[in-house]
Design a protein around this ligand. Structure first.
Ligand code: ATP
Ligand code: MG
Length: 392
């Protein structure tokens, strides 16, 4: 009997005949996460489930936590692997139940291999009967305190109690690259993660004004990417020096509208960075109406400067939902560390809540975009951020 981690995949199952590349990708993402967790394990696909087999002496709980970080995983559990024989399954189920929380239980059986001599219901009855005798615990098929799962494949049986939900969605790499504009605040890392969960490969881009923002914000960004990287194996982070560009904007654009032009400049620079990577869009943490730059008028003005679609998955979320997501993701405590925001650089205390594209274009007329973009891109620094071991 081996102790393993068993994971079921989410939407991949909708992909029909095209499933194989998706399961291969999920296996690769899980392998990266388990390695990053420092667990030596084999990872394989077996009858529509992923099986992680840690070598002797490895930390199984840590392997499970890593697996639960990977988009594409619907749920996962620690399980016992036995030969597909009733006696062995019964013994494993009794042991699983004995180490589970107290109370009623039920057995849920799934047969991937229909050649097994008993039906799923018969297996559940046989195994449940033995569990009642050996533990004295009552069966409750509707609202059990513990659900014991028995999964039968051709080669093995897997027995687990206490399946935990994963992120769902698709493994990173299933869809194309997007550039995530990361401020260091609460919203943008959550937005980036939501798009990773849709399978996007994501490059983080942070605009940094040295004269306003200390080095602490860069450490924050690395820590945030260290959390996000659990989903993807690693995450590129580009830091763009923004001071020269902002100073040029300050010299020509009235303070009420500078924030809008800063944000339009970010898309122009991200476009150049993303082009080299084949990126197909931008991700922002915009939430309609949350701050002055996020009125519908201003979002139109800002997003009009983007040459590719802008994905703002939090646009309809309220702050309570975003905070809950940030907590679940593990970015909340990092995001709330105080930091200066480059968009507050010499802006009005009462920024415009309305704007239009022609009006902003007129204000931008004196800017030499090509020179500003080229300089910023030339001085951009990049790093690949790996999953942070202490964020697991
Ligand atoms: P966040 O919590 O992500 O900071 P926010 O609600 O505070 O968002 P803003 O600070 O106005 O709103 O920023 C809106 C969006 O613009 C951010 O979510 C982010 O995508 C992008 N953004 C703002 N500042 C920066 C920056 N310095 N570098 C990269 N992107 C930025
Ligand atoms: Mg912010």
């Amino acid at each position: 009997m081996d102790r393993i981690v068993i994971a079921h995949y989410a939407e991949i199952s909708l992909k029909g005949g095209n499933r194989r590349p998706f399961t291969d990708r999920l296996r690769d993402r899980i392998r990266q996460a388990v390695n990053a967790a420092g667990v030596d394990a084999g990872v394989g696909v077996e009858s529509h489930r992923l099986v992680v087999t840690p070598r002797a002496g490895q930390d199984h709980d840590r392997a499970l936590r890593a697996v639960l970080r990977v988009p594409g995983v619907a749920n996962a559990a620690l399980a016992t692997r036995t030969p597909p024989e009733l006696e062995a399954i019964k013994a494993a189920a009794v042991a699983a139940l004995k180490s589970a929380p107290p109370g009623s239980f039920k057995i849920e059986t799934r047969r991937a291999d229909k050649a097994f001599p008993l039906t799923s219901i018969q297996v559940s009855q046989e195994v449940g009967g033995r569990c009642v005798v050996e533990t004295g615990r009552p069966v409750d098929v509707h609202t059990p305190a513990v659900a014991v799962r028995v999964e039968l494949t051709r080669q093995h049986a897997y027995v687990s109690a206490g399946t935990l939900p994963g992120p769902g969605g698709l493994p990173v790499g299933s869809t194309s690259r997007l550039m995530a504009l990361l401020s260091g605040g609460l919203d943008s890392p959550v937005a980036a993660w939501l798009m990773m969960r849709r399978g996007a490969r994501v490059t983080g881009v942070h605009f940094h004004n040295r004269s306003l923002q200390g080095p602490a914000v860069l450490e924050k960004l690395e820590d945030l990417c260290g959390v996000l990287a659990w989903a993807s194996g690693s995450m590129p982070l580009a830091v763009v020096p923004f001071e020269a560009c902002q100073r040029a904007i300050v010299a020509t654009v009235p303070e009420t509208h500078r924030m809008l032009v800063y944000r339009r400049a970010m898309f122009r620079i991200a476009s150049r960075l993303g082009y080299a990577e084949g990126a197909l869009g931008y991700i922002t943490g915009d939430s309609l109406g949350q701050v002055a730059s996020q009125t519908a008028e201003n979002l139109r003005t800002i997003h009009a400067a983007a040459d590719l679609p802008v994905y703002a998955p939090l646009v309809g979320s309220d702050k309570v939902e975003i905070v809950a997501r940030a907590r679940a993701l593990g970015t909340f405590d990092i995001s709330i560390r105080p930091h200066e925001d480059c968009c507050s650089f010499l802006v009005s205390r009462h920024p415009a809540v309305r704007s239009s594209v022609p009006q902003i274009e007129a204000m931008e007329a004196g800017l030499d975009w090509e020179a500003l973009i080229t300089e910023a891109v030339d001085k951009t620094t990049r790093r690949d951020i790996l999953p942070a071991p202490d964020a697991l």
